[in-house]
Design a protein around this ligand. Structure first.
Ligand SMILES: [Zn+2]
Length: 303
């Protein structure tokens, strides 16, 4: 007699959700994991309304957010990456460059050019984190340096939005030399008394932080961005001590005097523009001059 009979099981197929929720309609916050409508998320400049987490923006989104519509003109796009050392790690650097170009849709880790912000002509550089972690190789260094020189020659205030994991290891010493080159160009810009506003986004670290990102006349960061030289894990292992809470985050760095302001993304353009007016000794056209100049000074000092 058979006590137990094998039941026949049929595999249930998961319900098809695609018909009910179109793909891309919702976005999950990478910090609090709440679902938000993609349309609302994008309208809110990719900042989570629930937890205020600032998600990464692409360089093109940054330009669209900061430059007055239709005013951005790219410069020095003819400077293209090469493989000067014939470097090979798990794969040749030349192949790594090609696949980064294909996956990111950018030819290098920075876009530079001119634009207007609230009608003020500006030299603008925006780093591309999705291209090899926004690392600084010869092309990033050269494009940034030429942008700084262009700003100096044309007396244009300079704004650079940084997002970088550091130097491009595959270019060896050539990538490290960019730190000195960009810093020297900024010293010449300062001699000409042309202002430079540096904006740090998540993450701004290592060789970029140790050169042009930390040399602004004004240094602004987005909230909760990782800012530092070596990463917290390396430091913790080296000094063998537990690091304080919030170490290397914007708010911590501000408290320790390395930043001037931490600014919510929705206020970023307004804040940069206020500083530009402040440096130019002007007031926004829509404001009356006496009241306006007071507001510019107050806003630059406190907002
Ligand atoms: Zn969130």
């Amino acid at each position: 007699m058979v006590w137990f009979k094998k039941e026949k099981y049929t595999t249930l197929k998961p319900p098809v959700m695609k018909d009910r929720i179109p793909e891309g309609l919702w976005t999950k916050c990478e910090n609090c994991f709440n679902m938000v409508l993609t349309k609302d998320f994008e309208e809110n400049l990719k900042v989570c309304k629930k937890c205020n987490h600032h998600h990464r923006l692409s360089a093109r989104e940054r330009i669209a957010m900061l430059a007055d519509e239709g005013t951005f003109q790219e410069l020095f796009a003819h400077i293209k990456p090469t493989d000067p050392l014939g470097f090979v790690d798990s794969k040749p650097y030349s192949e790594r460059l090609k696949s980064a170009q294909k996956s990111s849709g950018y030819d290098e880790a920075v876009i530079v050019g001119t634009c207007e912000m609230d009608g003020i002509p500006v030299a603008l550089g925006v780093m591309v984190f999705e291209f090899v972690g926004g690392s600084m190789g010869s092309v990033v260094g050269e494009r940034i340096t030429r942008l700084i020189e262009y700003a100096a020659d044309h007396a244009l205030p300079l704004v650079i939005i940084s997002a970088s994991g550091g130097a491009r290891m595959q270019e060896g010493i050539l990538s490290l030399m960019q730190m000195a080159k960009t810093s020297a160009a900024l010293a010449r810009l300062a001699e000409k008394k042309v202002p430079y506003i540096s904006v740090l986004t998540n993450p701004t670290t290592a060789g970029v932080m140790a050169s042009y990102a930390s040399l602004g006349d004004v240094i602004i960061a987005e909230p909760d961005a990782l800012i530092g030289f070596a990463g917290p894990r390396v430091i913790q292992q080296t000094i063998n001590q537990i690091l304080p809470k919030g170490f290397q985050k914007s708010e911590f760095v501000l408290e320790h005097g390395f930043l001037d302001k931490v600014v919510h993304r929705k206020d970023l353009k307004k804040t940069i523009v206020l500083f530009l007016y402040y440096f130019a000794g002007q007031v926004p056209k829509t404001w009356s001059s006496e009241e306006g100049s007071q507001q510019v000074i107050a806003a630059a000092a406190t907002t």
